[in-house]
Design a protein around this ligand. Sequence first.
Ligand code: AP5
Ligand code: MG
Ligand code: ZN
Length: 224
Amino acid sequence: MGKRIFIVLLGVPGAGKGTQAKMLQEKLGIPQISTGDIFRYNLKNQTELGLLAKRYMDAGELVPDEVTIRMVADRLAQEDCARGAILDGFPRNLEQAQALDEMTAPDGGVSLVPLIEISDEEAMRRITGRRVCRQCGAVYHIEFNPPKHDMVCDRCGGELYQRDDDKPETVRNRLYVYYKQTSPLIGYYFCKGLLVRVDGSRPIEEVHQTLMHILAERGILPQD
Ligand code: AP5
Ligand code: MG
Ligand code: ZN
């Protein structure tokens, strides 16, 4: 078995991590692991984890590390991660980054860290216009990536909704938390030679092509 590939997508809330992770998942055949999506799934199913996470998510704060790190470790141990994973929204602080280094050490650590860059104004526009499918999690934007039919998912016909934490006050705090706690990871991964900056203000398909190009250039594409 070859080494597993671990791609960490960094970027402010609304940068397009989830959008790009889903596209890479389809192309590369390695799963997207979104900690935010796992928390929301648990909340929908009223699990203990979901109810715990809700308190933090509603405030735009990070869920405690011990909970989040254990959750990711369990997820990475599942069979579909045999060739690696695309991490979306994890790690989000230095403790989580160090924990991920340990988890991925047998495979030589994290493979690449694309930083998807957009302005704060653009982040606000993207988040306030975002709609998500309740059933399959597909992500839309009322202006930039609208569904064919109002409030109905193109892929599965599910109902589209607005995330609870996408209110402007909560978004501002999520940005604050990003700058304070997550942005130090830019330096952390830069030092390891893993950081690549990507212009996230381009259209969705262009950002995807840029990411694919970088992966090919670095020889980071999964072997069959
Ligand atoms: P999480 O769900 O990870 O939210 P986030 O990081 O704030 O990021 P978003 O999902 O808002 O943005 P995104 O970059 O995925 O953008 P998207 O692709 O949707 O986390 C939520 C909460 O969970 C946290 O606040 C925290 O409480 C908790 N949590 C999660 N992980 C944690 C962790 N590791 N530790 C502790 N707590 C954790 O795109 C946004 C919009 O823009 C969409 O409408 C999309 O259609 C549109 N769009 C995307 N790309 C483009 C483009 N190129 N051009 C035009 N529009 C675009
Ligand atoms: Mg997301
Ligand atoms: Zn759907």
